[in-house]
Design a binder for this molecule. Sequence first.
Ligand SMILES: [Zn+2]
Length: 289
Amino acid sequence: MRVVREDPQWSVQPDLVRRCVDALEEPIVSPGLVELVFADDLSTAVRARLSGSEAASYSARRQAVEAVARVVHRGPHTSVVVATPILLGLEGANIDSTWIIAHEARHVAIHQYGESTSDGTGRLRMSVDYFTAVAGNVIEEYRVERALCDRGQLLTASYNARLAGVVERLTPVFDSVASVPESKGIPLVTSAFYQLATYLSYVIADVLASRGAHVPDAMGQPGWDRLVGSAWDMLTGSLAVVPSADVRWDRADADEAMRRLVAPHRDWLNRIGLQLHDGPFGRLSLRAA
Ligand SMILES: [Zn+2]
């Protein structure tokens, strides 16, 4: 595995680099195909490794929470890019920052085993289907976090604690759509809903791994019924049968699980009050539900 430093102004202790490499190599089958990139600026380092419109549009900034790391696949090669300032901040706060790497490592493992659902749109031969992409991502993020929860790496508790804030920050995003043109509303909604679904998949991994002992603090808080509501039972029920990233999964079963989650995600957004339709050439249209 190659280690690339794109963070000249930061001093990362060799011991931390070693622990990150170990955490990354642990679950994957071909470490030789992977580079671990320590980046001062996550957005810049990721954009340099993406191509086309994906490169132009990538930003680590989110409406709800900022991204800490990103995996980029190019053919069989993978870059795991991690934001050095955030990594060092966690170390400074006595949080095991290699947990971030252990998470990304499982995305890489899933990719190397040919089980990725976060690239599900191609797999299901749908040109560009937004809800398939959301469903595939939810499944993969759940698998990754579930593996860490099962190993007792429960930083997921902090996801749980921050869920109320995520719901609070995303609610005005969905509300703002009514007063902006469709061309502005579509990226707002697609990004906010993707984040909401992804974030819930992390929390559900914790809840299911704890066999129900953990309950999200955000449940019953203002905004919960509007943004989550019955989607909670839909997601917990669907994900309960999905194996963790540390368990190999039959490709056909993965595709089937993804397919089954497409319509429930579309219905969920309808209940939030918005209808998103996939048109030809990946064009989306948006209207009030
Ligand atoms: Zn992830």
